[in-house]
Design a binder for this molecule. Structure first.
Ligand code: FNR
Length: 363
């Protein structure tokens, strides 16, 4: 049997294989953050398609934490209710339902990608809102002091932590088995981590300990409400890919991963970049895998690898060679919702891993 289709044990959770659907925003809610039929069919078909873990898109813990007005949210019980049938369906297919808990920070209040992904501001647009940031500047085109970017006050920070706690409680009630804290891609928690965007002078800025404080506090409250038998993941950007200025890098990521493990995180989902347009990523197949591999080697915590993984053999080799414990696949799962079934077939797994309804295709 391939390593990709071996069981992954995290706490008491047995993930049936090492293949996960990477979180991917669908921008498909009306401006209320509620899951729709689109989400049910989109995530459900990937569960039918053989993914061991099916993760929701970035799900906002509070309304101003959405990237666009059409983003998914989990800031009320009604939001949790709308997600419940999705989690149940994923589980019925033998998969593990996971939710990514997110706050978009100063990359919030934008139009959808297909409408240009441009910032919208409350002065000009009814659907816009004031966005939250560690510092009022940092992300072009708002490199000066932008009046519609709010520098997070101590009360705002406490509010974000409380919102994460409530969101985790609701996620559990909706039936999710993995909670992932989104601390990557230039969104709020990453903005605090990186000296390129965090220019605070209080206890949340400056030193490594101060810049990582919010991520640690959020992970702690999520861990507090998430049951002991279920895992918590944290997605980070392993590096900002900004060599020309103080920024977030792999050495800091390794150190943070070790600290998050002590706080009860079970897996670090290692992506990269997204913080600043001047980034210079290497790119290509497996380009982020070395970041995951280094964190795994230097801390011993389980890691997820993601980015440019499109072939079953490639995914299997990442696990087989001890480079990561889990492989997250994004765009290939958009191209082919049944990527997991294709992988099982190509890696000569048993046809039993296909849904009974589809088995005649491979027998
Ligand atoms: C993404 N990505 C992403 N990442 C994340 O952490 N939360 C999210 O909600 C999203 N949303 C999103 C939407 C779409 C349409 C795409 C294509 C990507 C990033 C994604 O999870 C993944 O890390 C990258 O796409 C790289 O993996 P692939 O696509 O090369 O397998």
């Amino acid at each position: 049997m391939s390593e990709l289709f071996s069981t992954l044990s995290l706490r008491d959770l047995e993930v049936p294989n090492r293949l996960a659907v990477s979180p991917m925003c669908q921008y498909s809610c009306e401006p209320d953050g509620l899951a729709t039929e689109w989400h049910r069919v989109h995530l459900g078909s990937r569960a039918v398609g053989g993914a061991g873990i099916v993760m929701t898109e970035a799900t906002a813990v509070e309304p101003r934490g959405r990237i666009t007005p059409a983003d998914l949210g989990i800031w009320s019980d009604e939001h949790a209710k709308a997600l419940e049938p999705i989690a149940e369906f994923v589980r019925e297919q033998g998969g593990v339902p996971a939710i990514q808990l997110a706050h978009a920070g100063h990359k919030a209040s934008k139009t959808r990608p297909w409408d240009g992904n441009v910032p919208i501001r409350p002065e000009e647009d009814d659907e816009a809102w004031e966005v939250l940031s560690p510092s009022p500047a940092g992300y072009p085109p708002f490199d000066g002091d932008d009046p519609s970017i709010r520098k997070a006050t101590p009360d705002d920070i406490e509010g974000v932590i409380d919102a994460y706690r409530a969101a985790a409680e609701r996620s559990l009630s909706a039936g999710f088995e993995v909670a992932e804290v989104h601390a990557a891609h230039g969104y709020l928690l990453h903005e605090f981590l990186s000296p390129a965007t965090n220019r605070r002078e209080d206890e949340y800025g400056g030193s490594f300990e101060n810049r990582t404080r919010l991520v640690r506090e959020v992970t702690e409250v999520v861990r507090e409400v998430w049951p002991d038998d279920k895992p918590v993941f944290v997605r980070i950007s392993g590096t900002d890919w900004l060599d020309d200025r103080p920024s977030w890098d792999i050495e800091q990521s390794v150190r943070l991963a070790g600290e998050l493990e002590e706080l009860g995180a079970d897996l670090i989902d290692v992506s990269s970049g997204g913080l600043h347009p001047d980034q210079n990523p290497s790119g290509g197949p497996n380009f982020q895998v070395p970041l995951a591999e280094q964190i795994r080697a230097e801390t011993g915590i389980a890691v997820g690898a993601v980015g440019g993984i499109t072939e079953p053999e490639q995914a299997d080799a990442i696990v087989r060679n001890g480079r990561a414990d889990l492989v997250l696949v994004g765009r290939e799962f958009l191209r082919n919702p049944y990527f997991g079934l294709r992988a099982a077939d190509e890696l000569a797994d048993e046809p039993e891993s296909w849904p009974i309804q589809y088995r005649r295709a491979v027998e």
